[in-house]
Ligand binder design. Structure first.
Ligand code: SF4
Ligand code: SF4
Length: 114
């Protein structure tokens, strides 16, 4: 069965090591701007939400970024593509849901792409 990248935003600590791992793997440099995964920060206090760009190719089936995540919030699993795709690309919904569960409220226009 086909595998998909997924993230558990609840445990992401925003360290951005995944961005460095990706940029080094794909571009040979430590430069988060060249990463296929982006950590987007929402609200204050900031909530980090990992988001894969459409240029992510899962490293051909051997994702490198997840190896360097210190808390294991990136997984490469078999599962429902639609459900997993939602977790992967709809960062705004993920962040809003997280904030709702934790008593916060997403401020309009407060999205930062670091
Ligand atoms: S799976 Fe590979 S290409 Fe995709 S974000 Fe991770 S390191 Fe980058
Ligand atoms: S390495 Fe893991 S904990 Fe760190 S920013 Fe990336 S997804 Fe979040």
């Amino acid at each position: 069965m086909r595998k998909f990248l997924s993230v558990n935003s609840d445990i992401c600590i925003g360290c951005r090591l995944c961005e460095l791992a990706c940029s080094m793997t794909k571009e040979g440099v430590f430069n988060p701007k060249k990463a296929r995964i982006k950590i987007t920060f929402y609200d204050i206090p900031e909530v980090p939400v990992p988001v894969f760009s459409r240029h992510c190719d899962s490293c051909g089936g051997k994702p490198q970024c997840l190896k360097y995540c210190p808390v294991g919030c990136i997984t490469f699993v078999e599962g429902n593509p639609k459900r997993d795709q939602k977790n992967i690309v709809l960062s705004d919904e993920v962040a809003a849901e997280w904030l709702e569960q934790h008593g916060g409220k997403k401020a309009a226009g407060n999205e930062n792409n670091h």
